[in-house]
Design a protein around this ligand. Structure first.
Ligand code: TRP
Length: 363
């Protein structure tokens, strides 16, 4: 297979990011307070176990390590590829409940919705001035997201959302962005914007550029698939959401796809469904999936499902209890978000002031 220059550049960029991620991991342990981390979620649905093991736990780990932590609920990003916002308010509070249940501490971490922060959104204008239409059209993540909409025309917001995402990151001068592989092109764009802003508009009186170069931090965690061994998707009914009860979880796992070989082995390439269940059990029990497979041996898929159901329900029980407590107290969730939004506004106002000064627009 011949690779296009674009595909080549994309895999080279990913390689650089992986190498840099490792370096950062080492630096994080030495000097956590040198980092400000920003990451976030689109409120398009409820969080599932992929989010829990793939990102929530890592956010909590970094927060507790002493990294300054900011979480954006990217509500404007919901309308990049669909016509309406859906039950957005419920989804936003559901995210806040999951963050808190997972151990995000609102005294340490700013949780905010970007629609509530005018100065962040205003950064979009100078940022748009430093990128070209061709660069935006080349963005592989935007292309993939457009393709996933089944023939919808590209909206102006979909085309430019990587620039808006750069505003999410740069409004608070974050230098660390934990994301999945698919988001790496956006972090590159964010670095380009920070650099070009400095080249084109300069600085006010400071020796430092207004914006830092942000690094992506890639998760080393093995990707979790849906219970049928394909990508998780709500419409396929293959997802285990954090808000599900233990019984609902058991039901989804009972229907999980396995294969006809009774002897259980960990073989992600040839046995993706069985291996995915072993991966989930491994994450819950903090054990190697292959070791769990060896213990199950010839007892078959029934035994595997029993183990993974128990392990998962056990692992999520504290999260679910705490989550239920928060959901019963919507007033508290509102206060957390209102506080987070107020703090995000303070930070964004300060940054916009610096931007105005750098652009000689402070009148
Ligand atoms: N686009 C991200 C996603 O779909 C969510 C997101 C919005 C984000 N703004 C961000 C992630 C800023 C990291 C930094 O997962």
């Amino acid at each position: 297979m011949t690779e296009t220059p674009e595909a080549k550049e994309q895999s080279a960029s990913l390689e650089r990011t992986v190498a840099r991620s490792r370096e950062i991991d080492a630096e994080l342990a030495r000097n956590p307070s040198a980092f400000r981390m920003l990451t976030g979620d689109r409120p398009t649905g409820d969080l599932h176990i992929g989010h829990f093991f793939g990102s929530l736990l890592n956010r909590v780990r970094l927060q507790d390590l002493g990294v300054q932590t900011v979480i954006v609920i990217a509500d404007y990003q919901v309308i990049t590829d669909r016509d309406g916002v859906g039950p957005i308010k419920d989804r936003v509070y559901s995210l806040v409940a999951d963050y808190l249940a997972a151990g995000i501490d609102p005294a340490k971490t700013v949780i905010f919705t970007h629609s509530a922060v005018p100065a962040l959104n205003q950064l979009m204008l100078p940022f748009l001035s430093v990128v070209t239409d061709a660069e935006l059209r080349r963005n592989p993540t935007v292309k993939a997201e457009l393709e996933a909409t089944d023939g919808r025309p590209m909206s102006g917001l979909l085309l430019t959302y990587p620039v808006h995402q750069a505003a999410d990151i740069l409004f608070c001068k974050a230098n660390l962005v934990p994301v999945g592989k698919d988001q790496v092109p956006h972090i590159e764009m964010c670095r380009v914007i920070a650099r070009r802003f400095d080249e084109r508009y300069g600085r006010a009186d400071s020796a430092q550029p207004v914006f830092p170069a942000a690094d992506a931090l890639l998760s080393e965690a093995q990707m979790i698939l849906g219970t049928d061994g394909t990508k998780m998707s709500k419409t396929k009914g293959n997802v285990i959401e954090l808000k599900m009860t233990a019984d609902e979880t058991a039901k989804v796992l009972k229907k999980a796809v396995t294969d006809s070989d009774r002897h259980i082995t960990f073989d992600p390439v040839n046995r993706p469904e069985v291996s995915n269940l072993l991966t989930i059990a491994g994450l819950c029990l903090d054990r190697q999936p292959a070791e769990i497979a060896a213990e199950i041996g010839d007892q078959g898929a029934g035994a595997l499902k029993k183990i993974v159901t128990e392990a998962l329900n056990d692992r999520l029980s504290t999260h679910r209890e705490r989550r239920a407590g928060f959901v019963e107290d919507p007033g508290y969730l509102q206060t957390v978000l209102a506080d987070g939004n107020a703090r995000a506004n303070q930070i964004a106002d300060q940054t916009l002031e610096e931007v105005r000064a750098a652009m000689r627009m402070a009148y």
